[in-house]
Design a protein around this ligand. Structure first.
Ligand code: MIC
Ligand code: SF4
Length: 642
């Protein structure tokens, strides 16, 4: 039987396991990336492993999330990451150089290689034919140390593209269409491969928009073939030698095939508060808009920005709208400046922000009270923008410009003819803001700089045979890691300070949770389906750990989060019968007994001591996961195995 693109890369990187969907496999990782909001913790974890120099082909530390410096915290963390990177053989992309995924695609991505990143949108690399995964910081630390990355062998989905996008319909609309079809749970356990004749009409940045937002489907990752278009992109970056051709075998088999005719798509919009709440833009026509934000790792490429500039040229932003534009990288920004497009953007009245995540993670530019914000980003979870009652909608750059110019949600096709965009044949490649690490000889003398904001990790503890604890919080379906551990300008600076962060845990759902959990000493949390979707932040496990959460019981879990829970030594269990979720109430005293035998058997019983009822739970841990839980998480397990 022939192989899919992903299966070929998996096969060439397989360290252990068999390529049977549902089985655990271990992969050799060629490249890693970190960003600053998760990176501080990842490097602290790497340091505890006591490895002098990274063992990957390439590791890059980016500073792109925590770029507002309203106190010493972020600046201290940047210095810590810069020094730790220099010491251990990691390249350092300075603040202002751009968003990790955009810069990585431009400067470092290589078709056919494996990449893991401590950021859930690492699959952006799939746009260039990399097999790229988002992971928790501990998994990235282990990969930097030369350890394998463990995943469950995914199923293979194929999206078969035909036709060609019409003017004013773009890659973002393709992402929204697949979210409409599959929902935020539809990609769980699968790798999504994009193929068909339509692929030839999409440039690498457009493909990267699509693989980037595959994360919102819950997919393990997404990938495009590496073809002549990939080669032309790499050539324009001065990296043609990194190119290799990559495509699926003609007889490759897929578990599911979805057909999308690009010519039939129209502008789409994801309504609050979920990326799969997709409607046609025309259905919301006339809705008043207060704010428009263009940028983020989804839509900040040169092509996106040139389109935006061409549409804004000679026009003015509606006085009722505040428009922000954040180019994805210094390369994009300088090329906009070179060709005069930046002047067109500025003349329209737009506010140009630095090349960073910015508003996407609530790092500034929060909307006004009850404001309507149209964003070219990938997530519109409740509260993520920093304004609790704002309504955030996700759109393409074209639809964003139409709203900025008219002050209302409008069909971009009404803006007249699409100006012709000429992509330069050569990009301005300037790696001066990527600092090289010290040589192995010089590394010993490099001092790692630690600020007072760096606090010790929470103590994990081995999962014992019994947990008796109250149910301190019961939440519903599709709880995101933004619910569990919110981000934003006020909280993100404390990503290396778990005690401080803990005050905000589950703040979006129930601000009284941290106090209640602390008072209980140890507790259990119950969730619905797709618990922990969204960001890769391991803080959504480390902070509950600090607050004494010993087990999370849900109808189902998102991939990265369940790995983070196990890495932190928290027991993730699922209801055998999802209806049992309704039978237990917050405040009930719960008991899990015979946990170790239960882990071996794949099932255990939950006793609701308050009501006297019992419920069956499932768990499907591999031997490695069981050992990790019994040791008290990945770091403790690694220490024991060494
Ligand atoms: C996000 O988009 O939610 C983030 C911020 O990039 C996160 C990482 C983090 O929480 O630091 C992600 O996607 O993994
Ligand atoms: Fe940054 Fe937003 Fe992309 Fe996350 S989704 S990496 S916050 S731009």
């Amino acid at each position: 039987m022939g192989l899919t693109i992903a299966q070929k890369i998996i096969k060439s990187h397989l360290v252990s396991g068999t390529m049977v969907p549902g089985q655990e496999i271990a992969l050799r990782i060629d490249q890693t990336l970190t960003q600053d909001a998760t990176g501080t913790m990842a490097y602290l974890e790497f340091e505890t492993m006591g490895i002098e120099r990274v063992r990957t082909e390439l590791s890059v530390a980016y500073i792109d999330h925590n770029t507002l410096q309203c106190g010493f915290e972020n600046a201290d963390d940047h210095r810590y990451i810069q020094s730790v990177a220099k010491k251990h053989g990691i390249r350092f992309s300075r603040p202002g150089n751009g968003i990790c995924h955009q810069v990585h695609l431009e400067r470092f991505g290589v078709p056919g290689k494996t990449l893991i990143g401590s950021d859930s949108h690492t699959p952006t690399g799939g746009g260039i034919g990399m097999l790229a995964f988002g992971a928790g910081g501990m998994d990235v630390a282990v990969a930097m140390g030369g350890g394998a990355y463990y995943i469950t062998m995914p199923k293979m989905f194929k999206v078969n593209l035909t036709g060609r996008l019409r003017p004013f319909v773009s890659a973002k609309d393709v992402s929204l269409e697949i979210l409409r079809i599959l929902s935020v749970k539809g990609g769980v356990g699968a790798i999504i491969e994009w193929g068909g004749e339509g692929v030839k009409t999409l440039s690498v940045p457009e493909r990267a928009t699509i693989t980037n937002m595959g994360t919102e489907l819950g997919a393990t990752t997404s990938i495009f073939p590496s073809d002549e278009i990939t080669r032309a992109f790499l050539k324009a970056e001065g990296r043609e030698d990194a190119w290799t051709a990559l495509q699926s075998d003609p007889d490759a088999e897929y578990d599911r095939i979805i057909d999308i005719d690009l010519s039939a798509l129209e502008p789409l919009i994801a309504c609050p508060h979920s990326p799969d709440n997709v409607k046609k833009v025309s259905e919301l026509k006339g809705t008043k808009v207060d704010q428009v934000c263009i940028g983020s790792c989804t839509n900040s490429s040169l092509m996106d920005m040139l389109k935006v500039a061409a549409l804004l040229k000679g026009r003015n932003v509606d006085p009722s709208v505040s428009l922000s534009i954040s180019p994805g990288s210094r390369q994009v920004l300088s090329m906009l400046a070179d060709c005069g497009a930046l002047t067109d953007i500025l003349a329209s009245g737009a506010r140009v922000l630095e090349c960073a995540c910015g508003p996407c993670i609530g790092m500034g530019f929060s909307p006004n009270s009850a404001g309507v914000s149209l964003r070219t980003f990938n997530r519109n979870f409740l509260g993520r923008s920093g304004t609790a009652d704002a309504g955030v909608y996700l759109v393409s750059p074209e639809t964003a410009v139409a709203a900025a110019l008219t002050g209302t949600i409008s069909d971009p096709r009404l803006m007249g003819d699409m100006p012709e965009i000429k992509m330069p044949d050569v990009f301005r490649a300037d790696d001066s803001a990527v600092l090289m690490p010290a040589s192995p000889e010089e590394a010993a003398a490099v001092e790692v700089v630690r600020g007072p904001n760096i606090k010790p990790f929470p103590d994990s503890r081995p999962v014992g045979d019994t947990i008796e604890a109250p149910l301190t919080l019961k939440v519903g379906d599709n709880i995101t890691t933004d619910h569990i551990m919110p981000a934003g300008a006020k909280i993100l600076p404390y990503r290396s300070n778990i005690p401080h962060l803990s005050q905000f845990c589950f703040g979006v759902c129930d601000a009284t949770f941290p106090e209640r959990a602390k008072a209980a000493g140890q507790s259990i949390v119950v969730g619905g389906s797709n618990y922990g979707q969204g960001s890769s932040r391991e803080h959504a496990a480390l902070v509950p750990l600090y607050l004494g959460v010993r087990a999370v019981i849900a109808k189902s879990f998102a991939r990265i989060h369940v790995a983070n829970l196990i890495n932190a030594g928290i027991l993730p269990l699922t209801f055998k019968n999802p209806d049992d979720y309704d039978e237990i109430q917050q405040g009930d005293n719960l008991a899990l007994r015979g946990i170790h035998a239960g882990m071996d058997a794949g099932c255990m019983t939950l006793e609701d001591v308050t009501t006297g009822r019992s419920f069956a739970l499932s768990c499907d841990f591999t031997e490695r996961q069981k050992a990790m839980l019994k040791a008290g998480g990945l770091l403790a397990y690694t220490a024991i195995s060494d």
